[in-house]
Design a protein around this ligand. Structure first.
Ligand code: FE2
Ligand code: FE2
Length: 262
């Protein structure tokens, strides 16, 4: 089962969703993409994910939405995180929080693709160890799963690179999210695992990581708790195409970065 996967980074607010609507269908057609993985943690107003925007993104062509540090912002999503098999949140949150950290596609009866979501600990909130959690999930994963995709939502480049090596040869791809700027280090590690430190965002380009520039500058200049707002306008659509082999290794990777007209 050779599969072509497209992973896209943090979708930020209205502009990010508009970029997905404008660009995703064409990329899927152009590259015959069969599975779309998207990070949705910033889709609602720039921070968090509400059920309405989650469903909008799933309707637009994302097969699974991953999360991050903003995923739990909207309480309305909690029940959906539990029940919707296409929503996943970082696995290494404390036991008992809503949702699950791994999902299988198309379903549990015929699991072909597994998506694992993890979050980093360096310069981020204290959570359980993502490295040990990855090991634990892999030790229990259904043996019929062929393609394993990991979204590692983390701040520090070193922690993300380390996760790539930790999972090298054991998963199909480790893609980084959270920092919103695409990195140019995409490669296939020697064990056959596709890797990129950050997919980059789908969101407004004339901004600071998707946030309106002025309040961010005021914050940096004054250190006051200025309210931040999601930017709008011309957007970048960022992601990584991953060609997956039948044996679950990656064959090739192609970075995608396109900008909308408006
Ligand atoms: Fe983000
Ligand atoms: Fe994040």
């Amino acid at each position: 089962m050779a599969v072509r996967v497209l992973a896209i980074g943090d979708i930020v607010g209205t502009a990010g969703r508009r970029a997905v609507r404008q660009i995703l269908p064409g990329v899927v057609r152009e590259y015959s993409v069969e599975f779309v993985l998207a990070n949705g943690e910033n889709a609602s107003g720039g921070t968090g994910l509400a059920p309405k925007e989650a469903n909008e993104l799933l309707d637009l062509g994302a097969h699974v939405l991953t999360g991050g540090n903003h995923t739990f912002r909207y309480r309305e999503l909690y029940a959906e995180l539990d029940s919707n098999p296409r929503l996943v949140r970082p696995a290494n949150y404390p036991p008992g929080v809503p949702g699950k950290g791994v999902v299988c596609f198309p379903d549990e009866i015929n699991p072909q693709i597994a998506v694992i979501n993890l979050i980093g600990r360096t310069y981020m909130n204290a959570v359980d160890c993502p490295f040990r959690m990855a090991d634990e999930i892999l030790s229990h994963l259904d043996s019929r799963v062929r393609i394993i995709l990991v979204d590692f939502h983390a701040e520090a480049t070193s922690e993300k690179v380390a996760m790539g090596w930790h999972l090298n040869g054991r998963v199909t791809a480790v893609v980084g999210t959270h920092t919103h700027v695409q990195t140019a280090d995409e490669r296939i590690l020697d064990g056959g695992t596709a890797y990129i430190t950050d997919l980059g965002m789908c969101g407004p380009i004339d901004s600071v990581l998707g946030v309106d520039t002025d309040p961010v500058l005021q914050r940096f200049r004054t250190q006051l708790p200025i309210r931040l707002t999601a930017a709008d306008g011309r957007s970048v659509f960022s992601g990584l195409l991953i060609d997956c082999n039948d044996d679950g290794t990656a064959r090739s990777v192609t970075r995608i970065s396109r900008v909308t007209d408006s």
